[in-house]
Design a protein around this ligand. Structure first.
Ligand code: ZN
Length: 1127
């Protein structure tokens, strides 16, 4: 293992998010509110503290609704069928009928594999090869090309059967897909020989293989002289010495390369890995100085044999070259169908490789953003501002647009026309987290109460009053910023305008001056025109043999006794308004009467599970404080009652039905907490069979693994949504239990799935209990409906996440908690104008934990552009990846996984090719030029492609994949960022006297040192990797044992030791835990131990054992794809 530490030492990757964990929020006026569980809604009596700054320029904060559009009152140009926000049956359609019937794909659930619990494959590396390559055939090539053609179809719908095209598309680059490349990726190109000579651009044939020369025998490119570097920001695709002909490489570097780019100017850091910024011009390995003879002459020198002594050449940067790392040569190749890397039959000479330090580094981008944007508050007054990265710790000041904590967009500058959007292929999407928890130093949304008349809304589209509405006629009317319709201002809401046309009460009203706020909903926003009852929580505990024997039942009952004191409360309420109920079950259900007047709880058994009903009303849902004695007695008795059970079979659907019926009877919304252990095989509705079949992987039937095996649960979910019954599911399987099917109801009701495979009390209880505590206490809105309105020209067409939709516009959520996101894709239905920009308004109607009906409004204004360069300059790659991952993960439900992967690659290649063609200055085709804002797209995309859902390793179970698929669909951008590209910290660099974190390092084995320990987290797991040569003192300090050999890899927590290093490392781990919505399992990995295989799975820049390409290889592949598109 080489020791190649990051050269740079910048700021830490991430910092504690102050207060992210706690729910304490400062109310208006800045006082700390005592409510522990909830956002406090301060009364808005005036301007925000510190909010007295001058109003933002008129043109930015308040965009003219439709400049250049017809006169305000006409509305003639507005498409018919403008939306009316309505609830419960006042159905209407926003912005016209959506063309795509957005039927929610049924999700499935998921879980990360639990490394410690699947030891078998670990010790058998050979099994990892089972997904290895199949011989490439012409047929495969044809199929592949067909797939690409589909991906690149024009705006016509994709052909049936492959309805998995990218959101937008460009015309295919005709014939170019037949051009084959270096043979590296033979599933894309079956050619094993020298690259074809079909290059355009008049470049010599060899240029085709530039950047793809992994299989080329020797490096012979001319060196870059130092004085050329600044002019050669990019990069030299690796010249090759195959004797095909002169490389274009010299000419590419011999002349000063134009440096004007649409992205930021990059200097030649590719060569040296300078700390400030990574190049977005990427090319082949830089020559070693010692090789530099004469400056580039335009012709490549004779091939030089590669020699290990050419140390500067970084041959050993990647383990598959230079120093051999593990069984790499026998791994499956990067793509199915690729026989091997080095495609020559003869033993290939040591190939050349891109210098990993020369290609864009996620760590560098993250650190640059932290340094550049972490110190200033992000003030939302300006339209179309790209926020800092999710990894940057920054303060948000709402001055008219929603905080990026609520909404993030793939681009903050939208192409004016759909043609432009199609050309770029950049998806236009927003990742929305309506109930996001804010840091304590940011004010939660103010609550606006307009009294009896309710919120002010546009007459036509029903958009809510917001900062972009334009008051006219002295304030007597306002013109809607979404549909241009003019609405009378009700007398009680009238206010005079100042000389700028702004209402004089502008700063007194959140709905006029802020991006996010809440309205108190009137009774007309309630079901059946009746204010709702407070919600209820029902705990439903599996008491079958496995659950009892593992100690789970006792654990849950013990925990609930104290946890029930922490039910969510609203504001300063003394106690929670939430009522609770209890059910246990195996093949039958047991309901409990815990009425406060009883001396002991009473059990009622329902054995007719085919027709579920609730045997009691009075006494089932109770107030915790009133019934505390009875509840505690029940929780004491349950483990005893079932201690000797022999019942192994369970039901599942009847449990959900029972909970839903109980809520219905109590006329309230609520949440079911179901603790379940096994495949429900007992005779009952929703009974399932074991249909797991790993042989389906990599076949056309693989998608069935993600689909539910019966439609029963989907229908049940629909009923649950109608009742506002949200289901959270805690799974404790010892074998397959069909997460894809069991997860349907949680998913469609906005619930959450937790999965603890092979649950063991000692090692897993801390994680489970932390998850349970967090889940019970988190803020959640019930019986919710979300609508996203847009200004004329674009509209929401597709939705991703955990919810249900019965029409094309309303996202229905039985529950929506503070960690859930809904991703919305937008498409053009008309031209946009640069003057007006584009506006979004997300309105969420929900019932809070006190039973109060509220509307939460988030507004966001985006810029519009007529130049593609503006689009590429204002993209956010993390959000783009979030969207693409969700898009792909939904795609596997109906498409072969390979098709999904190919589509992703093709779309991203088109995005980058469009940039290259239209925005980058002319340069050698051998150069890979990436937009500054998207220079991490290839590395992150590769992480998505080789994730467990799209390219599972042998240790990943079907349930794991279904679990992760569902998990990712609700993730916010920060979560997907760390999930796909984990955070890796060197522990010996930890400063015990400082709160700052050591600089993160890139996720590659070659970055690890045997003498160091590392912390790796991805939002689901935390690994502590210990090198074999770590100093004994450090081992003693962290593990309390005298040497490496005595470290136990079964530890689930670090021992509590009284020394600064131990304290600091544990505090870092605690901080990471607090930042994530789930408690992460801690896994100790000793170098060269069998668990290391699992750890390496997360070193995502390396080639993966399931066949995923290394970053370097994938970048070369993308380069080839882009060049094919351009030629
Ligand atoms: Zn309107």
């Amino acid at each position: 293992m080489s020791v190649n530490q990051q050269a740079h030492a910048g700021l830490p990757y991430g910092q504690p998010q102050p207060g992210y964990q706690g729910y304490q929020q400062s109310g208006y006026g800045g006082q700390q509110m005592s409510g522990v569980h909830h956002s406090q809604y301060g009364v808005y009596n005036g301007p925000l503290p510190g909010y007295q700054q001058p109003a933002p320029p008129q043109g930015t904060l308040r965009a003219p609704p439709t400049s250049g559009a017809p006169p305000p009152t006409s509305g003639a140009s507005v498409p018919a069928g403008q939306p009316v926000y309505s609830q419960f049956g006042q159905g209407d359609v926003q912005n016209g009928v959506a063309t795509s019937a957005v039927q929610m794909q049924r999700p499935s659930a998921s879980q990360p594999f639990i490394p410690g619990t699947a030891p078998a494959p670990i010790s058998q590396p050979a099994t990892f090869q089972q997904y290895g390559p199949a011989p490439t055939s012409a047929q495969q090539l044809t199929n592949h090309m067909a797939g690409m053609q589909i991906g690149s179809s024009t705006s016509a719908p994709p052909p049936a059967g492959l309805g998995y095209g990218p959101p937008t598309s460009v015309p295919p680059a005709s014939g170019n897909f037949t051009v084959t490349g270096s043979g590296l990726y033979t599933s894309y190109s079956s050619s094993q020989g020298p690259p074809p000579v079909t290059m355009t651009h008049g470049l010599p044939p060899t240029s085709l293989s530039q950047g793809l020369s992994l299989a080329q025998p020797a490096f012979s490119g001319p060196p870059l002289s130092a004085q050329h570097r600044p002019q050669a920001p990019g990069f030299l695709p690796p010249p090759c010495s195959t004797g095909i002909g002169p490389s274009s490489y010299p000419s590419a570097t011999g002349a000063p390369r134009p440096s004007a780019m649409q992205g930021s100017q990059l200097s030649g850091q590719a060569l040296t890995g300078l700390p400030t910024s990574q190049p977005n011009h990427v090319s082949s390995p830089p020559p070693h100085p010692s090789m530099s003879g004469p400056a580039m002459t335009g012709l490549q020198g004779p091939p030089l044999p590669t020699h290990p002594s050419q140390s500067g050449y970084q041959m050993q940067q990647n383990g598959s070259f230079g120093q051999v790392r593990g069984p790499q040569p026998n791994y499956g190749s990067a793509y199915p169908g690729t026989p091997n890397y080095g495609s020559q039959p003869a033993p290939p000479p040591p190939p050349k490789r891109l210098d990993p330090d020369s290609i864009p580094s996620p760590i560098q981008v993250i650190e640059d953003d932290r340094n550049n944007r972490g110190s200033e508050p992000f003030i939302t007054g300006v339209r179309g501002q790209v926020p800092p990265l999710v990894t940057t710790n920054f303060l948000v000041k709402d001055q008219g647009n929603a905080s990026p904590r609520y909404i993030r967009c793939t681009s903050y500058n939208i192409p004016c026309t759909s043609d432009m959007a199609k050309q770029s292929q950049v998806p236009l999407a927003a990742v929305i987290k309506p109930l996001a928890t804010l840091p304590t130093d940011e004010a939660p949304p103010y609550l606006v109460d307009h009294g009896e008349p309710g919120p002010i809304r546009c007459n036509r589209c029903k958009a809510y009053m917001c900062p972009f509405m334009q008051f006219i006629e002295g304030g007597r009317r306002f013109q809607c910023c979404f549909c241009s319709c003019v609405t009378e201002v009700p007398p009680h809401y009238f206010q005079h305008l100042d000389h700028t046309g702004k209402r004089v009460d502008f700063y007194d009203r959140p709905e006029l001056s802020l991006g996010s706020y809440e309205f108190l909903a009137t009774v007309s926003y309630c079901k059946n025109n009746k204010f709702p009852n407070p919600p209820a929580f029902i705990f439903m505990i599996d008491v079958s043999y496995n659950a009892v024997k593992s100690g789970l039942v006792r654990l849950i009952c013990e925990e609930l006794k104290s946890l029930l004191d922490y039910l969510p409360r609203e504001g300063n309420m003394e106690e929670s308004a939430i009522r609770v109920g209890f059910v246990t079950y195996n093949k039958v259900l047991h309901f409990y009467n815990v009425k406060s007047s009883l001396a002991q709880p009473q059990m009622m058994v329902v054995s007719d599970v085919a027709d579920m009903f609730v045997p009691l009303l009075d006494g089932f849902l109770v107030n915790v404080n009133e019934s505390r004695t009875v509840i505690v007695s029940l929780l004491d008795q349950i483990p005893e009652m079932f201690a000797d059970t022999r019942e192994t079979e369970t039901v599942f659907a009847p449990v959900i039905q029972a909970g839903m019926e109980a809520l219905k009877a109590a006329e309230c919304a609520g949440k079911l907490f179901i603790f379940h252990t096994s495949l429900p095989i007992a005779e009952a509705p929703g009974k399932l069979k074991n249909r797991d079949d790993r042989k389906l992987i990599n076949t056309d039937k693989e998608k069935t693994l993600f689909q539910p095996q019966t439609s029963f649960y989907s229908n049940l979910a629909k009923d649950c949504v109608a009742q506002g019954c949200c289901v959270d599911l805690f799974l404790f399987p010892n074998q397959y239990l069909d997460v894809a099917t069991l997860g349907v109801v949680p998913y469609q009701t906005g619930g959450t799935i937790y999965k603890y495979a092979y649950f063991q009390l000692e090692t897993d209880q801390e994680r489970f209990l932390n998850d349970l505590r967090k889940d019970v206490q988190k803020e959640v809105g019930f019986d919710a409906v979300m609508r996203v309105r847009t200004s004329t020209g674009i509209r929401a067409t597709d939705f991703f996440g955990a919810f249900y939709m019965s029409n094309t516009t309303d996202v229905e959520l039985a529950g929506l908690d503070c960690d859930k996101t809904i991703t919305v894709e937008f498409r053009h239905d008309d031209k946009l104008s640069e003057d007006s920009g584009a506006l979004l308004q997300c309105a969420l109607l929900y019932t809070n934990c006190a039973g109060q009906r509220r509307l939460r409004i988030h507004n966001l204004s985006l810029n519009c552009c007529t130049q593609l360069a503006d689009l590429y300059r204002n993209c956010e790659t993390d959000t783009l990846i979030n969207f693409l991952a969700k898009f792909a993960y939904r795609g596997v439900l109906n498409n072969p996984v390979k098709t999904v992967r190919d589509t992703l690659i093709n779309q991203c290649a088109q995005i980058l090719a469009c940039y290259r063609k239209n925005c980058a200055s002319p340069s050698s085709a051998g150069q890979l030029i990436l937009p500054e804002c998207m220079k991490l797209l290839p590395v992150y995309l590769n992480c998505v492609l080789k994730s467990d859902v799209l390219q599972p390793g042998a240790e990943v179970t079907t349930d794991d994949r279904a679990y992760i698929r569902q998990l990712v669909s609700s993730m916010d951008v920060a979560e997907t960022n760390v999930f796909f590209y984990p955070r890796l910290l060197p522990l010996t660099k930890v400063d015990v006297d400082s709160d700052t974190l050591p600089a993160a390092i890139r996720n590659s084995e070659e970055r690890l040192s045997k003498g160091d320990m590392y912390l790796l987290e991805n939002g689901l797991n935390i690994f502590v990797w210990v090198g074999v040569n770590v100093q004994q003192g450090l081992i003693q300090n962290l593990f309390g044992v005298s040497s490496f050999n005595y470290i136990s890899s079964t530890l689930s927590t670090l021992p509590v030791l009284e020394n600064p290093f131990s304290k600091r490392v544990r505090s870092i781990i605690d901080m990471f835990q607090a930042q994530r919505s789930r408690y992460m399992k801690l896994i100790i990995v000793k170098q060269e131990d069998k668990l290391e295989m699992l750890f390496k799975h997360f070193l995502v820049e390396d080639k993966s054992m399931s066949g995923g390409a290394s970053y370097v290889d994938f970048l070369c592949h993308m380069h080839k794809e882009i060049r094919q598109l351009l030629s």
